[in-house]
Design a protein around this ligand. Structure first.
Ligand SMILES: [Zn+2]
Length: 200
């Protein structure tokens, strides 16, 4: 078994044999780089610049029922961009001929939103990991202060330190690092246009 790429779809394909909804499909036709693609993705390793690639629809339900079908699927590629995934060859041809500026703007917007989301996720994770490291280095040291300082000033220093440290629920968790990882897992609401991509 070689490598494959996965195409994630917002609108599912329907298995013509059993009616199952198919949101993700795998293909070996796009360069086999273990990448995740959506409509609008640039297919850097695609052998086709513009055209229609014939694939086969894989239905898990049919396969489990030992009734694997052989339903065709058409990948529409427009200037190396995945412009559509169609089950009807005529629809694929018309999609290839109808890509316009609005499609491009939509894909650009989608890519930029995804980029902002990933940057933000990375920034927050990086910041929390840094705080965790500081916490480990500082946790046994006394709160710094001037000799003869009032309790009130000391308390103010402590709360200032707490302000820049990780949340109590993470610090007090049985497995703080695990809690930190959990905090930064992709959220459900991100799924729509931000399928997590781990391990390229
Ligand atoms: Zn099926």
């Amino acid at each position: 078994m070689g490598l494959f790429d996965t195409i994630h779809l917002k609108t599912p394909l329907l298995c013509p044999a059993c009616g199952a909804e198919i949101f993700d499909m795998q293909t070996k036709e796009l360069g086999e780089t273990m990448s995740d693609f959506r409509i609008g993705s640039v297919l850097t390793h695609s052998p086709v610049l513009s055209g229609i690639l014939k694939e086969r629809l894989w239905c898990d339900a049919c396969h489990k029922a030992e009734k694997p079908g052989d339903s065709p699927l058409y990948l529409v590629i427009w200037h190396s961009v995945l412009a559509g995934v169609e089950q009807d060859p005529e629809k694929a041809a018309s999609r290839l001929g109808s890509v316009d500026r609005l499609d491009l703007i939509g894909w650009l917007d989608q890519a930029q939103r995804r980029e902002r989301k990933w940057k933000s996720r990375f920034y927050h994770l990086h910041s929390d990991v840094r705080k965790w490291r500081e916490h480990l280095a500082e946790k046994d040291k006394p709160v710094p202060g001037e000799p003869g300082e009032s309790e009130e000033t000391k308390e103010r220093r402590r709360s200032l330190r707490r302000l820049w440290s990780l949340e109590e629920e993470i610090l007090k968790a049985p497995d703080p690092l695990g809690a930190l990882i959990e905090k930064h897992e992709p959220k459900k609401e991100d799924d729509e246009d931000d399928v997590p991509v781990f391990g390229w």
